[in-house]
Design a protein around this ligand. Structure first.
Ligand code: PSV
Ligand code: MN
Length: 393
């Protein structure tokens, strides 16, 4: 690949940032108040626009409803456009009401299931009004004890609800189904792995695809294998990027296992380069989203770091000598093939990216460029008591 081809690929990269990553957030123990944390959805859009202005590759922001509820969603969409970004995935929230204690779309009570479906349909309207293309679904539904509920019945309730939502989506939009192997339920989770999510999506129809959140797997899971399988089935819809050590830790993407992130990008790049395959078309339409709510890190800096880590992993994946790799693989050259992949991973791409930034009139030192903005919002917005966590002392 020539440098100008690599530059064109880097310019086309699109990493969506989450509105919930700009406000105060925490664990169940404590929510720390971050200086300058966004207080409203309008400020979250401002922050996402700032990160895009500096990174050059994060031109959309995901919303979480009702956290980001407004009276006029078209106005919010226009506000985002005026700031140079667009509204990305719409994330419904069916996990915070008392009614959802035993689940939302899998709840044994039909009236609760109806309430959850109504909220999902309301989010389809938000998607339409904001010009968003993806409805991103995660369910906290599950059970804590064996025998607590009938698993097949719960599965059927999930399918029924998803079908209603899938069929209500306008043309050209998608339902992205996330899975997570545990938490908050500990015995059984209704959308528990990529296989169950894929089965639902296959049955639902063309608009349904699977969303892979990196934090939602058991230790040592080969996530790039899941990515490659879903790509080849035409069913990989998007990512929630983050990093983890133990579970759904929401750490900065690429901070704990940069090699895993690189291998995931390698699967995507190699699929994209195939001509005329389903995997190639699917790879070109993947929604790359960050799902992190940083708890102790400075909010804006953490988000920028996450976006830039994705850029670095992608740049390295672009450097893989695909032709040589393919020859080595066909020849059964186990370690030769492994070294070809690792050569790209070990390449220092910082100068290449700095040159790309210069070429695109972006500040060469992004963190230096961010500092005055971060200081400004900290002064203007101040520190808002985050509340949350256990009851206070
Ligand atoms: C759940 O852990 C999750 O990853 C889902 O994607 C949610 O939408 C997100 O976190 C924020 O609650
Ligand atoms: Mn997620």
């Amino acid at each position: 690949m020539t440098q100008s081809e690599i530059f064109a690929m880097l310019s086309a990269q699109h990493i969506e940032t989450p509105s919930w990553g700009y406000g105060n957030s925490g664990t169940r123990f404590k929510t720390f108040s971050a200086p300058g944390a966004a207080r409203t959805v309008w400020e979250k859009v401002d922050d996402a626009a700032l990160i895009h202005q500096i990174s050059g590759i994060s031109p959309s922001v995901a919303l979480h409803i009702p956290w980001d509820k407004v009276s006029d969603y078209s106005e919010l969409g226009e506000y985002a456009t005026a700031k140079g970004i667009s509204i990305g995935a719409i994330n419904p929230n069916v996990f915070q009401r008392d009614e959802y204690k035993l689940g939302s779309i899998a709840n044994p009570d039909p009236s609760v299931r109806r309430q959850a479906i109504d909220h999902l349909l309301e989010c389809v309207e938000v998607l339409t009004a904001t010009g968003s293309k993806d409805l991103s679904l995660w369910f906290a539904d599950g059970t804590n004890y064996a025998g607590q509920d009938d698993l097949r019945r719960r599965k059927r309730h999930v399918r029924e609800a998803l079908q209603i939502v899938h069929d209500a989506l306008p043309d050209g939009t998608r339902l992205l189904l996330e899975y997570k192997f545990f938490e908050p339920a500990f015995y059984y989770t209704d959308s528990f792995d990529w296989g169950s999510a894929l089965s639902h999506c296959m049955a639902l129809g063309d608009r349904a695809q699977v969303l892979v959140d990196l934090g939602h797997h058991a230790q040592s899971t080969n996530i790039e294998a899941i990515v490659s399988f879903l790509l080849d089935e035409g069913k990989l819809g998007g990512f929630h990027f983050n990093a983890r050590r133990y579970a759904d830790d929401d750490l900065i993407v690429g901070s704990t296992n940069p090699y895993e992130l690189f291998c995931i990008y390698h699967e995507l790049v190699s699929a994209e380069r195939e001509t005329g395959s389903i995997a190639s078309t699917t790879a070109k339409n993947v929604a790359y989203m960050i799902d992190q709510s940083h708890n102790i890190e400075p909010k804006l800096e953490a988000m920028l770091q996450s976006v830039l880590n994705c850029q670095e992993a992608y740049a390295k994946a672009l450097l893989v000598d695909q032709a040589a790799l393919s020859t080595a693989q066909s020849a059964g050259d186990v370690l030769g093939a492994h070294r070809i992949l690792n050569d790209a991973f070990r390449t220092d791409v910082r100068e290449l990216i700095a040159a790309w930034r210069e070429n695109n009139n972006l500040p060469v030192n992004p963190f230096e460029a961010l500092r005055p903005h971060a200081e400004k919002v900290a002064t203007e917005r101040g520190i808002v008591d985050a509340g949350g966590g256990y009851p206070s002392e």
